[in-house]
Design a protein around this ligand. Sequence first.
Ligand code: PLP
Length: 392
Amino acid sequence: PLHPVAAFDRIGEENAFAVLARAAALAAQGRDIINLGIGQPDFSTPGHIVEAAIKALHEGQHGYTPSVGIQPLREAVAGDIHRRFGLDIDPGRVMIVPGGKVTMFSAILMLGEPGAEILYPDPGFPIYRSMIEFTGATPIPVPVREENGFGFSATEALSLITERTRLVILNSPANPTGGVTPKAEIDAFVAGLANHPHVAILSDEIYDQFLFDGEAHTTLLAYPEIRDRLILLNGWSKTYAMTGWRLGWALWPEGLFDAARKLAVNAWSCVNAPAQFGALAALTGPQDCVAEMVAEFDRRRHLVVDGLNALPGVRCAVSKGAFYAFPNISGTGWRSAKALATALLDEAGVATIGGPDFGVFGEGYIRLSYANSAANISRALERMDAFLRKPS
Ligand code: PLP
């Protein structure tokens, strides 16, 4: 049989997709499954965005676009950053890509190689570690701790930097914890980076609009002293409920932009043309759709967190961002969070993801996405309550 090269033995997966498949298989057998496993908004893409893409198709936008994206969209990204943060970015360094994931893939591929070390948040998005291992670089987890409100610790991250460190990955608001790193912590991290000029930063800000309790987003773009080594990852998937459109954007520093462009030319040529016109409408059109979605997520957040804290043996911090709750289940008697997640799916019909699927520091936790209706969330919590109270 054919075999891929050895690097493919080291590439990982995202267990959320496996849980989704298992939940779908159980549902196909007639089981009533409530899916709190998948991290995608349960809303439809706002109508004016859909209409803009359809219009583009009718108007003949059927060909290749520039590999870096259509110019009006690159400018609209810069305009959006200016509107939201009062910051200027060069549209010439903005790249439109088929999903936020593509930016982490590209950045890790560009900076990872045997002998290099890459720091990444743990628990964190599983693809970071998977891609680091794929390149042969050494993954160095930066623990994300409940006692820090699941924020990134500047002191801990800085202490892990060596002369072999090439890249540090940050993600706030964070998947899977919903944690938000306070501005003071990011200030301290950036200040410490002055001692490590060889280190690049990948800031994954895909959840930057999913913030609650009046919290403001701290973008790494706000620090001019690291602009020449900052890669910014963002996109439309979460903010505008467009996960299936496959659209993201990156801001590349001068030294890496051309490599990113060449990767596009070699791998995907350009992003789907009508989708780019939809993305343009998303950024230039009304923004109340975003505020409405965030307000709905906020209502569900309280429902989930309050409900989880009422379960026997479960303790859940109030998540400040994204749309995930990351309850501590160590008081339930379940030693393995993955075993609990599997039992919840098989026996209670509730899909969640075990914390260890997000890294070694995820043991003792499960992730629930509240991208589901309030009614389904309430039903899921009732089932979990009954399940955890059942004598084993
Ligand atoms: N970054 C984080 C932290 C995510 O949670 C996700 C999606 O789940 C992505 C990036 C990828 O987003 P996209 O669907 O645009 O590739």
